[in-house]
Every structure is written in C-alpha cells, then in structure tokens.
Design a protein around this ligand. Structure first.
Ligand code: ADP
Ligand code: MG
Length: 237
C-alpha cells in the first residue's frame, strides 16, 4: 500500500467566470521510504497538491488516499484525526506558536490527542534530540535562529508515528547550509520508512529526492527530470 496515492485529481477554486483550475488530472504516488520533490512555476498547483494530500483541502474530483484511506470519504473530524496521526506538515515560515517553547510546540499535537503532558514532553524531547535540539527544548522561537526554528518544525512533523511528511518550500527562508541540513533530516526520516513530498525551487535540494515531479498548469508534465529541464521550468516561473 502506498503512503500517498493521488489519482486523477481536479481541484477547482471558485465558480463560473472566476473559477481557477488549480489541479487537473493530477496523479502521483509516493511509497514509504521515498522522498519525492515537486517543482514547477509559481501558481502551477504545488501547494494545492500538498494541501489535498494533507487533508487541509478537498479534491473537486478524483481520489486522494493516505495509507490506503480515501480522504474524500472521511468526515471533517476523521480528517482532522488523520492529519494529527499520519501527516506531518512543514511550511516555509515554520509556523511555530510564538508563546510556546520548542518542546511545547512539538508536544502540542500529542496533547491534543490526549497524551498526558509528562509523556508528551518526553516524546517531544526525543523528537528534538533527533534534530539535534535537545538543549534548546525550553527556548522560545524568537530566541532561536531560522534554521533552529525549522528543525523544531520538523521535529513537530515527525513526532509520533507519522507516515507522510509534506514540506512546502521548507528551505525557502534558510541559508544554503541550513537548507542542506534540513534536507539531510528529511532524507534520514525517509530512510526510516516515512514518505515525504517536498516542494522546492532549489535544484540542489531536489537532487536529494528519489524522484522529481514537475507541475505545470495543475498537472504533472514530466517524471524523469534532467537538470536542464529543471532549469528551463524554473526560469519560466
Ligand atoms: P503553487 O504553490 O505552485 O504556487 P498554488 O497551488 O498555490 O500554486 O495555486 C495554484 C492556482 O490555484 C493558482 O492560480 C492560485 O492562484 C489558485 N489558488 C490557490 N488557492 C486558491 C484559493 N483558495 N482560491 C482561489 N484560487 C486559489
Ligand atoms: Mg506554493
């Protein structure tokens, strides 16, 4: 069973004259252990694809399955539960709660799930240790560098037993060395059986992926990209 299976998906925003076809006939499959990069010009549907895969948005037509579960058949409540248990999201702007420490940010989804605070704290510390941040567990986001904040966001995304990590330009706000570090972390998680879908504009970061999928106008155009192809798509963006 694939970690993520998107089959012939359309996503239309709005109606009538203002309707925007963000995805049309989009299909993609990601297996456990696989890191797949998604590239394409601005507006080509990359974020829409990740939002559908993470259950943050619903397809207009077609099928989205996470771990074999058809998301279109889930109630909003079931969808929220699946998001907390199976899917980890990493955004470009980290999205940490500013008034919570690193450990509290990572522990939050676990506490939502009813884990006792003390147990949530222990699991959060383990996740922070995996991204080499155990020493900063009690620090607030504003007292951390961008790279450290992004590593906290990754710890939050991997905490528990997630099968799918969705990362939407997670290295966009980072310097190149920190960006490489974030890529290495994603790669390591995949080596341990997680599936990851990564949106990036950086060909060097996409090179960490097993596969690159190119989007244009809401559909995959090429699955076997070469570097010149990557660059021509990026310069059109
Ligand atoms: P990308 O991440 O590749 O830049 P997006 O998935 O964000 O692309 O957007 C794809 C298309 O869908 C764009 O034309 C965008 O303007 C449109 N779009 C995305 N979200 C919405 C929305 N909530 N309402 C209307 N149009 C949207
Ligand atoms: Mg986007």
């Amino acid at each position: 069973m694939s970690a993520l299976e998107v089959v012939d998906v359309d996503r239309i925003h709005g109606r009538g004259n203002s309707a925007v076809h963000a995805l049309r006939g989009m299909s993609i499959q990601v297996e456990r252990g696989e890191l797949v990069a998604v590239m394409g010009p601005s507006g080509s549907g990359k974020s829409t694809l990740l939002n559908l895969a993470g259950g943050l948005d619903r397809a207009t037509a077609g099928s989205v399955r996470v771990d074999g579960v058809e998301l279109g058949e889930l109630s909003p409540k079931e969808l929220a539960k699946l998001r907390r248990h199976r899917v980890g999201y990493v955004f470009q702007d980290f999205n940490l709660m500013p008034s919570l420490t690193a450990a509290e940010n990572v522990a939050l989804p676990l506490e939502f799930d009813g884990l006792r605070p003390r147990d949530a704290r222990r699991v959060a510390e383990e996740a922070l240790a995996e991204v080499s941040l155990r020493d900063l567990a009690d620090r607030l986001p504003e007292d951390m560098s961008g790279g450290q904040q992004q590593r906290v966001a990754i710890a939050r995304a991997i905490v528990g037993d997630r099968t799918l990590i969705l990362a939407d330009e997670p290295t966009g706000a980072l310097d190149s060395e920190t960006g490489e570090q974030v890529m290495r972390l994603l790669r390591e998680r995949c080596a341990r059986g997680v599936a990851a879908l990564l949106v990036t504009h950086d060909a060097g970061h996409a090179a960490w992926a097993d596969r690159i999928v190119f989007l244009r106008d809401g559909a995959a155009v090429d699955d076997t990209g070469t570097r010149p192809r990557v660059e021509s798509l990026l310069t059109e963006a």
